[in-house]
Design a protein around this ligand. Structure first.
Ligand code: 13P
Length: 233
């Protein structure tokens, strides 16, 4: 069975105590050989959640980053700081960062270049085929054998709406992206789907061609639903 990724993006949905309670429950999830499970807490609590999940089979990742190195960037969080607290991977380019925090494609792509040349791995979100910077990836991804880069297709209209994309639609986009990756000799890059994934639809989505995992928002903030997704395969 191919390796599948289940990534929970907690966004800014949970306060401190709820994040701690959820992490304490998540500790009990044990890894299946073919599964990689990760959660991305609000940056304010990442350090705390890393410590809770330290000995567990669930990896803690970041939702975003601003710059590579320490410097005068008020309100920012840099890759060096994330690395210092044990983070090895970050999400980048989520549509909410693009639409609600005005991160332009240019800014997101510049950050992609930065992280691809850093020690951290990255999950790059896109909401259309056109948003994937294939050329930049090709020029900056030095070694694709270690899951340095994962792509995540998240159609904006499916995020938090309960309207999951149809399997046909997911397969169409994933196959189109995979074909171009293959032309660039980058066929090992996994592609996740995100948008209203829940325990009722996760099995079908995760069984689809060219789907290597799911990026889950709302359902990942409720332990029973996250566990339901993990157990659906
Ligand atoms: P929902 O699962 O709540 O639709 O959110 C998806 C998402 O944005 C994950 O990054």
């Amino acid at each position: 069975m191919k390796k599948l990724h289940i990534v929970g993006n907690w966004k800014m949905s949970l306060n401190k105590q709820d994040s701690i309670d959820l992490a304490n429950k998540i500790k009990s999830i044990s890894k299946k050989e073919y599964l990689n499970i990760e959660v991305a807490p609000t940056s304010l609590y990442v350090d705390h959640i890393v410590k809770i999940l330290e000995e567990s089979d669930v990896n803690v990742i970041s939702q975003n980053f601003d710059y590579e190195n320490l410097g005068s960037y008020t309100g920012g969080v840099c890759l060096d700081q994330l690395k210092e607290i044990g983070i090895t991977k970050t999400i980048l380019g989520h549509s909410e960062r693009r639409s609600k925090f005005n991160e332009s494609d240019d800014q997101v792509n510049k950050k992609l270049e930065t992280v691809l040349n850093s020690e951290l791995d990255v999950i790059f979100c896109f909401d259309s085929y056109e948003q994937v910077p294939f050329e930049l990836i090709k020029n900056n991804l030095k070694n694709n054998d270690n899951l340095k880069l994962i792509l995540a297709y998240e159609p904006t209209w499916a995020i938090g709406t309960g309207e999951t994309a149809s399997i046909d639609h997911i397969e169409e986009i994933h196959t189109k992206v995979k074909n171009t990756l293959t032309e660039c000799s980058l066929e090992n890059i996994p592609i996740l789907y995100g948008g209203s994934v829940n325990p009722s639809n996760s099995r079908e989505i995760l069984s689809s061609a060219n789907v290597d995992g799911v990026l889950v928002g709302g359902a990942s903030t409720k332990f029973d639903q996250l566990l339901g997704i993990v157990n659906s395969i």
